[in-house]
Design a protein around this ligand. Structure first.
Ligand code: C2O
Ligand code: CU
Length: 497
């Protein structure tokens, strides 16, 4: 099924009517059950001690239908892979092949997977005609390996760079460039990164679902930053692109499959995705910062760009089950309505067990420390002296001096203020935080690295500054970041007593 026909660009809509627009009013965040008290801080100060006690015989779970980067290192705790970025022509289901950029020839890129505590070595080769870096979105690693072009000299055309880091947290992450990201990510440079943990919930099968969109014009990726709307709202596509295909991947579940863990990632430039699973509840088991202390059920989830949700779904024998995206479109009367688009379908091939898999929760929550510091960051678009639009944080575009400098281990309450209508998914590198108020007064379960600041809203988060270094802090609408909504915070190294 092609889904390009009536798919609107969100930019055209935000101006029209707010009630229907994805992510517009904050009505679409996961329904956090009010009874659940969620109180775990990240369990480890990564700068202090990243060593992890790990069962030696742990085998990585099967992730269905995804090319996996081959681990060339025989050592059990080292994952050593090769990654190459290059220009390609790919059939994404849009009629004729499209000129794109890809990691190892595929969009999305191959799966990088490891287990918690592993050392990861990525031998990267840049075969593009332009410079790039790789950012490992969500990993609390050393800032030297984080892909920030403010720290790392970008890897030039034809050059190589070896990324090397230890992965301290289990969860669903992703990787993408941090140089001209609005172009390179749209063109296909992004891939999933999973860090497993022997204590993860046990399921029959795992899947990765990357929900993206792409702006095509005449069998090509449309030119970038043409016109005001893309700068204003970020670039939204006219095709959905699910796991790199404009068509719905229809999959047959394997015999005996019951409970599956779907790791959903939103790598789009700007579009917030609302997803539901056949109207049935999804059991939310993890988010940006890994497994939740208490899973909860949601009928609908909202994924701002950069965010992840892991859900458990039960594949039933009777009929195909589908994952839907709810996208604003224009109907025949020219009204904005929400239409469901099929993202993903599972067709069971045999009787499956109705029994949920046993779950192994390691969820003894530790109390959240109280904030010792308060910061307010204001997100604003302005006209600069040349009369063009720039995006600022605390009044400055492309801030070079740090927004704030924090002590190691500091717990910081941040108020994120948006005085205008456009939304800003704020991403903090290298640390996790908790969303205390999503802008509509609700607490969002789990540790996050990206939070949607809806239009004309204030969002409150509590961030745990446990990873020393210089860390990018920016809007993940890649056009906003490119036009200035980009800054840095500093976390000082631990002081020895
Ligand atoms: Cu996913 Cu600074 O980015
Ligand atoms: Cu923004």
């Amino acid at each position: 099924m092609m889904v390009n026909v009536r798919l609107l660009r969100a930019s055209a809509l935000t101006a029209v009517v707010c009630g229907f627009v994805v992510g517009c009013s904050g009505t679409s965040e996961p329904e956090a059950p009010s009874a659940v008290v969620i109180v775990d801080a990240p369990d480890m100060a990564v700068g202090a001690d990243a060593s992890v006690d790990m069962a030696p015989q742990f085998e990585l779970p099967v992730v269905a239908d995804w090319p996996v980067l081959e681990d060339k290192n025989p050592a059990p705790d080292v994952v050593e892979v090769e990654l190459e970025a290059a220009e390609v022509e790919l059939d994404i289901g849009a009629g004729s092949p499209i000129k794109m950029m890809a990691y190892n020839g595929v969009v999305p890129g191959p799966l990088l997977q490891a287990k918690r505590g592993d050392k990861v070595i990525v031998h990267f080769k840049n075969s593009l005609k332009s410079a790039t870096t790789i950012h490992w979105h969500g990993l609390r690693i050393s800032d030297q390996m984080d892909g920030s072009p403010r720290i790392q000299r970008p890897v030039g055309a034809g050059e190589r760079f070896d990324y090397e880091f230890t992965v301290p947290d289990a969860g669903t992450f992703w990787y993408h460039p941090h140089v001209r990201a609005n172009e390179q990510v749209e063109l296909g440079l992004y891939g999933p990164l999973i860090v497993h943990d022997p204590k993860d919930p046990v399921v029959e099968l795992e899947r990765v679902i990357m929900v993206d969109d792409i702006l095509l014009s005449e069998a090509a990726v449309a030119p970038f930053m043409q016109g005001h709307m893309e700068a204003m709202h970020g670039r939204t596509g006219n095709n959905l692109l699910i796991n790199g295909q404009t068509k719905t991947p229809a999959l047959s579940a394997q015999q005996g499959v019951g409970v599956e863990r779907w790791r959903i990632i939103n790598p789009a430039n700007a579009r917030t995705f609302e997803v539901s699973f056949d109207g049935a509840p999804m059991r939310v088991v993890a988010t940006d910062g890994g497994v939740l202390p208490q899973p909860y059920e949601a009928t609908r989830l909202s994924l701002a760009v950069g965010q992840r949700y892991d859900v458990e779904v039960l594949v039933r024998p009777e009929q195909p089950q589908q994952l839907w995206a709810h996208i604003p479109v224009l109907n025949d009367q020219n009204e904005v309505v929400e239409a469901p688009f099929e993202l993903y379908r599972v067709t069971p091939s045999a009787a499956v067990s109705e029994q949920a898999a046993p779950l192994h929760w390691d969820g003894e929550p530790s109390p959240t420390p109280l904030p010792t510091r308060y910061e307010e960051y204001v997100f604003e678009g302005k006209e600069n002296v040349f009369g063009s639009l720039e995006w600022t944080i605390n009044g400055q575009a492309h801030r070079t001096e740090p927004l704030s400098t924090f002590g190691f281990g500091e717990v910081v309450a941040m108020t994120l203020v948006n005085t205008q209508g456009q939304e800003h998914p704020f991403h903090l590198h290298g640390q996790f935080f908790r969303i205390i108020d999503d802008g509509a007064g609700r607490l969002v379960p789990g540790l996050k690295d990206t939070v949607l600041v809806p239009g004309n809203a204030k969002v409150r988060i509590v961030a745990y500054m446990n990873n020393p270094g210089r860390w990018m802090a920016h809007c993940h609408i890649l056009e906003h970041a490119e036009l200035g909504m980009m800054s840095e915070i500093v976390v000082e190294p631990p002081t020895s007593p």
